[in-house]
Design a protein around this ligand. Structure first.
Ligand code: ADP
Length: 173
């Protein structure tokens, strides 16, 4: 495993990194879970920029990502990505989740972002099995880092104990 991958437990809105990733929905208009927490903590500037993006391109498709300011957050940017809703596993959910990580990292690389933090995309309201989601996350980030020397730190930030335990096991192997 690439040693630029780090694991932390806590609240993503408190992290002082170049960018945090939001598990958004395709409307980009905010929602519950980590999305709600990020918009609440970051203030209205984030929503303003999301609205401009929606006016330009009409929302964000599942697996894609867009970037805005971090507003009042300690993080400079928020990268909003739309995870798949788990629907039994035969609807391309795994590939779409991997796309969330690779597209977020591509946007990060294009914006000279050196430290980025991901929540466990799709494992809340979208019900993606946590163990599967964690292994896709780790595998996709590790593969990206193999081809990228500029990124300095990728943090998996886990809110709950279960996710933290799953990532810990994966990263120690
Ligand atoms: P989704 O709709 O993609 O499932 P959720 O926000 O419901 O998004 O959940 C995604 C993950 O984010 C869950 O694992 C949840 O525990 C986690 N989460 C919720 N709030 C925070 C937070 N403030 N910081 C980090 N992770 C969070």
């Amino acid at each position: 495993m690439d040693d630029r991958i780090k694991l932390q437990q806590g609240d993503i809105t408190k992290l002082q990194v170049d960018a945090i990733v939001n598990a958004a929905n395709s409307s980009l208009m905010g929602g519950g879970g980590v999305d709600g927490a990020i918009h609440r903590a970051g203030g209205k500037q984030i929503l303003e920029e999301c609205k401009q993006i929606v006016n330009r391109q009409g929302g964000c498709k599942t697996g894609n990502a867009v970037i805005t300011t971090g507003g009042k957050l300690p993080a400079r940017y928020v990268i909003h990505t739309v995870g798949p809703v788990w629907n039994g596993g035969k609807h391309n959910e795994e590939e779409l989740l991997a796309n969330c990580y690779s597209n977020s990292l591509k946007i990060a690389a294009g914006n000279v972002i050196k430290a980025i933090a991901f929540p466990n995309i799709s494992t809340g309201v979208y019900r993606f099995p946590k163990d599967k989601a964690a292994s896709i996350a780790v595998k996709t980030v590790d593969a990206f880092l193999h081809t990228n020397r500029d990124m300095e730190e990728v943090i998996f930030i886990c809110f709950d104990d279960e996710n933290y335990g799953l990532y810990k096991r994966l990263l120690n192997n």
